[in-house]
Ligand binder design. Structure first.
Ligand SMILES: Cc1ncc(COP(=O)(O)O)c(C=O)c1O
Length: 371
């Protein structure tokens, strides 16, 4: 591997980021009580409201995506409460692990890895478990490159007066995922995917319904402190300093630069369109090169494409290793039942630009015709 020139990242996180964002990250560390930084923070949150299409409260914490997910699940559900979980990929398994560690029995709705869940199966699970406390689902399963029908699942949950938790770590910002219109109660995402920033920020939106549930469970909950939305709720009442602890000031400055570029240079729909174009081009050109797609077009993710190995290959690792060593490009491969079978190619950040897409297609074509 050539350490002098960093590889082009086609991994579904972290992603290669734009110059404006890199420049902001290279600046001095702002102080958290500097009014200029507080104004930049307020603007960042306002831009997140626009991108997430919500007026719900938004929390930006120092955490990976998993930290935001853990915060949401641990705040919404208490030990002993059953939660209906859609299981059709590796990040659904993360939800199961977190809930299990918090003592919440999981009611599994098993799906096929590579297919979207059938909402009727979730409805049946809710009917069979009238004591369930809510539903948890991964919107965009990065392990399989599939979108789940989150809007339908939210309706099913609300019909029973239950909240829905959504892991949108690799979805939010990459396509139309409207929190308010779909009624998504707690949604977790992170900085280093379709928001095109470095890793380090966990982001949550919390609906009024979710706050009411969190407050009602305050007494019985065995939550932590930082990874606890009740702690954040308390600090939010202090307008001058709405954080429970030292905020990641420089990372938030980087996020501000990235969101400003998305909204002002690309526009939100332009940003989605760039990903959709990258996704469509990669799927079409790789099919022409003899690769089959794991996800059907109708449910395929606009942020990550999953590609089967060609028949003559022993493992998809051959393509991953070739692209890294011969072309200095990184792609990801699949886990669980898809180990060795699929490549996962991101369209987020610079990977969704024409230059990167062409480089990737050229690299894959060189692999196929390498003799
Ligand atoms: C859908 C999804 N959920 C959760 C995570 C975990 O995020 P992190 O590695 O930042 O903890 C990822 C990371 O790729 C993801 O794609």
């Amino acid at each position: 591997m050539n350490y002098m020139t960093p590889p082009k990242l086609f991994t579904p996180g972290p992603v290669d980021i734009f110059d404006e964002t890199r420049a902001a990250l290279g600046g001095p560390v702002p102080h958290m009580s500097d009014p200029r930084w507080l104004a930049l923070y307020a603007e960042t949150v306002e831009m997140l409201h626009t991108i997430m299409q919500t007026r719900n409260d938004i929390i930006v914490m120092t955490a990976p995506g998993s930290g935001a997910i853990e915060t949401g699940l641990a705040s919404l559900f208490v030990s002993g409460e059953e939660v209906v979980v859609v299981r059709n990929g590796m990040f659904a398994e993360r939800i199961v692990q977190i809930l299990t560690n918090y003592g919440c029995p999981v009611i599994s709705v098993e799906g096929v890895w590579g297919e979207a869940i059938d909402a009727a199966a979730v409805s049946a699970a809710l009917d069979a478990h009238p004591n369930a406390a809510g539903v948890a689902v991964v919107a965009n399963e990065t392990g399989t490159g599939v979108r789940n029908p989150v809007c339908d699942l939210a309706q099913l949950a609300h019909r029973r007066d239950l909240p829905i938790f959504v892991d949108a770590v690799s979805g939010m910002g990459g396509y139309d995922l409207p929190v308010d219109r779909w009624g998504l109660d707690v949604l977790a995402t992170s900085s280093n995917k379709a928001l095109e920033m470095a890793p380090g920020l966990g982001i949550l939106s919390v609906s009024e319904r979710a706050w009411a549930i969190i407050e009602a469970k305050e007494e019985s909950a065995r939550r932590g402190w930082y990874y606890n939305l009740a702690t954040w709720k308390a600090s939010r009442s202090r307008a001058a300093f709405p954080f429970p602890s030292t905020p990641p000031t420089l990372l938030i400055a980087g996020l501000h630069a990235s969101l400003k570029r998305i909204l002002e240079v690309e526009t939100l729909t332009g940003h989605w369109a760039r990903y959709a174009y990258a996704q469509g081009t990669v799927r079409r050109r790789l099919r022409e090169l003899g690769f089959e797609m794991l996800a059907a077009d109708a449910v395929a993710s606009p942020t990550v494409t999953t590609v089967y190995k060609r028949r003559e290959m022993e493992s998809i690792d051959e393509l991953r290793d070739y692209l890294l060593h011969a072309h200095n490009m990184m792609i990801a491969t699949g886990g669980g039942p898809l180990t060795g079978q699929i490549a996962r190619i991101s369209h987020m950040g610079l990977a969704g630009t024409g230059e990167y897409v062409q480089a990737l297609i050229d690299g894959v074509a060189a692999f196929v015709y390498r003799g």
